[in-house]
Ligand binder design. Structure first.
Ligand code: S3P
Length: 429
């Protein structure tokens, strides 16, 4: 599907957000491993969390929604999964594949995890290496999926693992495998990444000399829990930038997840001069949430890099759009991980923003963008079948003069099924 976006005069209203993708994946997996029925309030229809739910069903777990849409998942305990009769299809979802491989590594039955063309090109040694060090028997195809996990008799060995790459998916994979290890597994993070897994599992975290040590003790069980998934901050990000860039705008976003390991975008936008207020901060289950209002503001360029990057890893495409419309230079550094996401996001954003007339230099680990105020010109751009590229370019299209078309824009459904409707609903022509 080609999505057409016209320049908007203003954006007004309350945005309806999908539930947080990261928390949804974890709620489905942890519910499956829990003892008894868990309920997940606000589980989304987004394609990625649905992939996790489908995999969990393939592992013999019953899950269904009631009339109010609440998802009930009948967990069977750590040892209760069934051997899958087919490969676990993770679709486009790296989180599904990397987290579930951690669980599969500890099972007495074998499994195969596969995914779409994009997922089959993403690096998987980063999980295979620590899992093999725990005694798991894993085969990749040239470092990629399909992943074959052989039956594990007698449990995994515990591991102390210092993450070589700041990745919440790798961290979570090892922690989930640690549930099946005979002893204490410790994952050491030198640069913090999103901490939903440790929060939701109630794991002990020690701060040691500036590092985070996350600990899974042998025998840690997973209780059946009622989860309530907040609105997705990474989905909100598109509207925070759009509401800032489009003149005469005011948007409200309610019940947004505000986990501090995810919200560095707020600091970056604040540093660029945005007008964003957060109110009604509260805690929902294990996660902080709040309501956000964004109003239009003129932005200046900024430097983004270092330990901030994992905190805003999924927001970089839309930060690049903000940068292209700011005054002055923005430099994004230390973001080479973007090259191994659903597509090479640095290259995709450089190409797309250049098509709209922005001045962008692509670096190995980032982008240098010379912002040119509100001077983008509508053009035809490519999503590269990557939801965050499609949505970031949707935001750019609202600001660019004239009309922008985005090819293969339906991929937004991976994390935000109603995105295009929502964008047009709040747009004033
Ligand atoms: C995620 C972690 C991040 C992020 C992804 C979701 C998670 O990936 O980009 O969208 O839920 O753990 P990496 O761990 O590969 O950085």
């Amino acid at each position: 599907m080609v999505q057409t976006i016209n320049q908007a005069a203003s954006l007004r209203g309350t945005v309806s957000l999908p539930a947080d993708k990261s928390i949804s994946h974890r709620s489905a997996i942890l519910s499956a491993l829990g003892d008894g029925r868990s309920r997940v309030y606000n589980f989304p229809n987004s394609a990625d969390p649905q992939s996790t739910l489908d995999c969990v069903r393939t592992l013999g777990i019953e899950a269904g929604r009631n009339d109010e849409g609440v998802l009930a998942i009948d967990g069977r305990g750590l040892g209760g999964l069934h051997p899958p009769s087919e490969p676990l299809d993770c679709g486009n979802s790296g989180t599904t594949m990397r987290l579930l491989t951690g669980v599969m590594a500890g099972q007495e039955f074998g499994s195969v995890l596969t995914g779409d063309e994009s997922l089959q090109q993403r690096p998987m040694e980063r999980i295979a290496d620590p899992l093999k060090a725990m005694g798991a028997r894993i085969n990749l195809r040239s470092g990629h999926a399909p992943i074959r996990v052989r039956p594990q008799q007698g449990g995994l060995r515990p591991l102390e693992y210092r993450l070589p790459v700041a990745s919440a998916q790798v961290k979570s994979c090892v922690l989930l495998a640690g549930l099946y290890a005979s002893g204490r597994t410790v994952v050491i993070e030198t640069t913090p990444s999103r901490d939903h897994t440790e929060r939701m599992l109630g794991l002990e975290v020690e701060e040691v000399g500036g590092e985070r040590h996350i600990i899974v003790e042998e025998g840690h069980t997973v209780p059946a829990v009622d989860w309530s998934v907040p609105g997705d901050f990474s989905g909100a990000a598109f509207f925070l930038v759009a509401g800032t860039l489009v003149p005469d705008s005011e948007l409200h976003l309610d019940d947004v997840g505000l986990n501090p390991s995810r919200t560095a975008l707020l600091d970056v936008l604040d540093g660029m001069g945005a007008d964003i207020t957060v109110e009604n901060e509260r805690v929902q289950g294990s996660e902080p949430v709040g309501d956000i209002t964004v109003r239009s503001a003129e932005l200046s360029g900024i430097d983004v890099g270092g330990t901030l990057i994992p905190n805003l890893i999924d927001e970089i495409p839309v930060i690049a759009v903000a940068a292209a419309c700011a005054n002055g230079r923005t430099e994004i550094r230390d973001a080479e991980e973007l090259r191994v996401k659903e597509t090479d996001r640095l290259h995709a954003m450089a190409q797309n923003l250049e098509a709209l007339g922005a001045t962008v230099q692509e670096r190995e680990d980032g982008l240098i963008i010379d912002g040119n105020g509100p001077n983008l010109l509508g053009a035809a751009v490519q999503s590269h079948d990557d939801h965050r590229i499609a949505m970031a370019m949707g935001v750019a299209g609202l600001v660019a003069h004239g009309t922008t078309t985005i090819a293969d824009a339906e991929c937004a459904r991976v994390s935000f099924p109603g995105f295009w409707d929502e964008l047009s609903r709040v747009s004033v022509a």
